[in-house]
Ligand binder design. Structure first.
Ligand code: ATP
Ligand code: MG
Length: 441
């Protein structure tokens, strides 16, 4: 036998319900339910769908994310195209690619754009629950819009999605926000911070010492317990914000307050990418251990110009789909039922052409039907077919027995309401009784 092939470490198959899963990730039915909710919600806010390539030039991410970020320093899947020597990278996040596409197609020429995409991202991290090497994000971006209303809109979109999925904000997911101000304000804060950290150099761990001059803000993000007191007392960016930045932040807060959305201002929220300014936010949960951030985003007014476009403001967020679905699973929230409405039981010797003609009529009416199909050993006994009908989750069995067929009828049996009730329906009028199957009780 040939060597057993398996998926790359940290990269998962998203499998249909019923397939035993080694990785405790949600099944594909939950995935589709989530995507349906996303389409609904983003449509309500007037966002349009787009797709960009999974592979981009490495330079895009180096220029876009910043050379000394975690992602660019140690998490990118970069390789040389063996055909032509190009340096390429599997996208670790979606924003840079979307901005590249918008610049390339001069997409902001006619005005601002609100877009979203869903797809795989790649980061070479240590795989663990909620952290994978291929994972999926919902990514939402508004380009060419500068106002605090749009920052608030981003946060409201996430909240609307939580509600659509049955998550309760403030309980299952909590909002944290901060303002990173503008580059000049950040520089002034950074200078003060470096000075402060230099004065306390003895308390810095190796990682912090390395970052002291390259990326001191990231030191504030350190999880090292030994440095928490030092971080706590560090100069805060909020104290360096000018009137305009403060007004922007307060306007965002004003909307959140008005709609009754609770949040915590977290002065240490800095986010991983260099491109952010003004508002940044994260939605966090306590349910997923150290992988507790399900959604993060913010404003990135400098990125479009930094990547060679005509300067334009922008704001967006990325949501980790695996983490969110793991959270919903852990909470045991109800997920829309994608089971078939009916399972068609086809006894050995039944006239398949006639049966399938009727099933087509029912499906045109919107009935979801799984037809029993013969395995390698034949169609299977009635008993085994009924077992499959139960396992399919269908609410009804359609029994195409010889006696019924002779009278132009099919038997409809209730499988899940506890009654086991049976009724006979005329085959010739299938369209008329199709609706009676469309309950999933
Ligand atoms: P973390 O601090 O957990 O590494 P991050 O700040 O690197 O997260 P972002 O770049 O902001 O994450 O990505 C947005 C979202 O994508 C995260 O909030 C998270 O839900 C999800 N995400 C990020 N990295 C991974 C990963 N390796 N596996 C699964 N989901 C991830
Ligand atoms: Mg990370």
């Amino acid at each position: 036998m040939a060597d057993k092939l398996s998926a790359v470490k940290g990269m998962n198959d998203i499998l249909p319900p019923g397939v035993p899963r080694t990785e405790k990730l949600p099944d594909s039915a939950m995935w589709q339910w989530f995507e349906g909710a996303v389409r609904q919600v983003l449509g309500r806010y007037g966002y349009q769908y787009l797709l960009t390539p999974i592979v981009e030039p490495t330079a895009l991410f180096v220029r876009g994310l910043g050379e000394v970020t975690d992602i660019v320093e140690k998490e990118m899947y970069s390789f040389t195209d063996s055909m032509n020597g190009d340096r390429l990278t599997l996208r670790p996040e979606a924003t840079a690619g979307i901005v590249r596409a918008m610049i390339e197609h001069n997409a902001l020429y006619n005005g601002p754009l609100r877009v979203w995409t869903v797809g795989p991202m790649f980061r070479h991290e240590r795989p663990q629950k909620g952290r994978y090497r291929q994972f999926h994000q919902l990514d939402v971006e508004a380009l060419g819009l500068a106002g605090p209303d749009v920052d608030a809109e981003m946060i409201l979109i996430a909240r609307a999605l939580w509600r659509e999925l049955g998550l309760v904000e403030g309980e299952h997911v909590r909002l944290e926000i901060n303002s990173l101000g503008q580059p000049a304000e950040r520089r002034a804060h950074r200078d003060a911070l470096v000075k402060y950290l230099e004065q306390n150099a003895a308390q810095l761990d190796a990682d912090a010492q390395r970052r002291l001059h390259s990326n001191p803000l990231r030191i504030l993000d350190s999880k090292n317990p030994a440095m928490q007191a030092l971080i706590e007392a560090a100069p805060q960016l909020m104290d360096f914000l000018g009137a305009e930045s403060l007004a922007h932040f307060n306007a965002v807060r004003g909307v959140l307050d008005a709609v009754g959305l609770q949040y915590r201002i977290n002065p240490r929220l800095v986010r991983g990418m260099d491109y952010y300014n003004l508002t940044v936010f994260e939605w966090v949960t306590d349910q997923l251990g150290s992988q507790g951030t399900v959604c993060g985003g913010g404003r990135y007014d400098g990125l479009i110009e930094q990547l060679g476009g005509k300067g334009a403001p922008a704001v967006g967020f990325g949501l980790g789909i695996e983490r969110l679905l793991l959270l919903i699973q852990a909470l045991g929230l109800p997920v829309a039922d994608a089971s078939p409405h009916a399972y068609a039981i086809v006894p050995p010797g039944a006239p398949l052409a006639r049966v399938m003609t009727v099933l087509e009529v029912l499906r045109v009416q919107g009935v979801r039907i799984q037809q029993h199909a013969a395995g390698p050993d034949g169609p299977g006994s009635m008993k085994s077919q009924f077992k499959k009908a139960d396992a399919s989750g269908a609410a009804h069995a359609l029994i195409f027995g010889a006696d019924e067929l002779a009278q132009g009828m099919v038997t409809v049996k209730a499988l899940r309401d506890g009654t086991g009730a049976q009724v006979q329906r005329p085959l010739a009028e299938a369209a008329a009784w199709a609706a009676s199957l469309q309950s999933t009780v």
